[in-house]
Design a protein around this ligand. Structure first.
Ligand SMILES: *Cc1c(COP(=O)(O)O)cnc(C)c1O
Length: 346
């Protein structure tokens, strides 16, 4: 039986075109800025985000960590969503490696911190306090099912940052999903933030890599931080070659993944023993739960789904699941998931 993997868009393999481009990539030593394929990828990333410059990094986590360490010093504080990726899912890197104190705030159903709470969180100049330095935002918002955060929020955050001399970094791991869902170019999504990092390795199907984008001066400084983190990757143009296809071509087809997510969400809503809110599904991530009437845990239901159909979904060990649509799943796979799960829970 073939395995069909809905756990994440990180499971996507490179496309045949990417493998060909990787085999033929022209490379050089990127620590000397001499890898032409990486230089081309960085230029394309800067152009697509409307920033002056970009830096190729190994992962989204490295992009965020490099950004945070470039913006902030030891003892500085970063205001951050309590369920954001940078706070919750990056192993505490900002504190471990940067001595930066996260100041977590709650977020609403669309991944937004409250503007009044952000203002209150900014420290006054008092010897007792850490020094407020940075606001961290995220779009699309992973823990809200990849919700595309409305753009007026970032304008409000920008204003607070400007009034208080803070910088704003966006974790845009799925920036192009957000842009697709919002119906605007990526540059419009990031116009109110100083810096953004986005992943090539999720829905864009590249095997490895993220880009950190910002001003020329910022990226110059970030290049040294990346080196200190062990991220100077030499002939990584092999990877950038796949990244160029990811950024240029795969970023344009994400509406297909979103349509598939709609099919899945509406199909799940038609199963009485499943709880899902299709209205909150705007990109490629679907969270759903088992109704209390189902005498199975989500782990047990997920194991049965895999045994019967070869389909993998993420289970939270309680009552909840996550499924993510991407390039390597199709309508047939969605329909098999729906019919098999319906049998299991009914
Ligand atoms: C995946 C992800 C990251 C980190 O990317 P990695 O390449 O897995 O390190 C950061 N933020 C969000 C929202 C993500 O989904």
């Amino acid at each position: 039986m073939k395995t069909i993997d809905f756990r994440s868009d990180t499971v996507t393999h490179p496309t045949p075109a990417m493998r060909t481009a990787m085999a033929n990539a022209v490379v050089g030593d990127d620590v000397y800025n001499e890898d032409p394929t990486i230089n081309a990828l960085e230029a394309m990333a800067a152009a697509k985000t409307g920033k002056e410059a970009a830096l190729f990094v190994a992962s989204g986590t490295m992009g965020n960590l490099t950004a945070i360490l470039t913006h902030a010093n030891r003892g500085d504080e970063a205001i951050v969503g309590i369920d954001s990726h940078t706070y919750k899912w990056e192993a505490g890197g900002m504190a471990t490696f940067g001595g930066i104190i996260p100041h977590p705030l709650p977020t609403d159903e669309k991944g937004r911190m409250d503007a009044a709470m952000i203002k209150t969180a900014v420290r006054t100049d008092d010897v007792h306090y850490p020094n407020s330095r940075l606001i961290l935002v995220e779009n699309s918002y992973g823990d809200r099912g990849g919700y595309p955060v409305p753009l007026d929020y970032f304008a409000a955050v920008r204003q607070i940052a400007d009034e208080n001399g803070l910088s704003v970094h966006m974790d845009g791991a799925r920036l192009f999903n957000a842009a697709t869902a919002l119906g605007v170019p990526a540059a419009a999504v990031v116009k109110d933030v100083d810096t953004v990092s986005f992943c090539l390795s999720k829905g864009l199907c590249a095997p490895v890599g993220s880009l950190l984008c910002g001003s020329k001066a910022f990226i110059h400084k970030a290049r040294r931080i990346r080196k200190s983190l062990g991220g100077g990757m030499r002939q990584a143009g092999i990877l950038a070659a796949a990244g160029l296809i990811a950024l240029d071509e795969m970023s344009r087809r994400l509406a297909e993944d979103h349509a598939l997510a709609q099919r899945l969400a509406h199909g799940l809503a038609a199963i009485p023993a499943i709880i899902v809110q299709p209205a909150l599904v705007k990109t490629n991530i679907i969270f759903f739960d088992l109704a209390d009437t189902v005498p199975l845990s989500s782990d047990e239901a997920a194991a049965q789904l895999e045994a019967r159909s070869g389909i993998k979904i993420m289970s939270d060990g309680g009552r909840g699941f996550r499924a993510v649509t991407h390039y390597w799943v199709d309508e047939t796979a969605v329909d098999t998931l729906l019919s098999t799960l319906s049998d299991i829970v009914s």
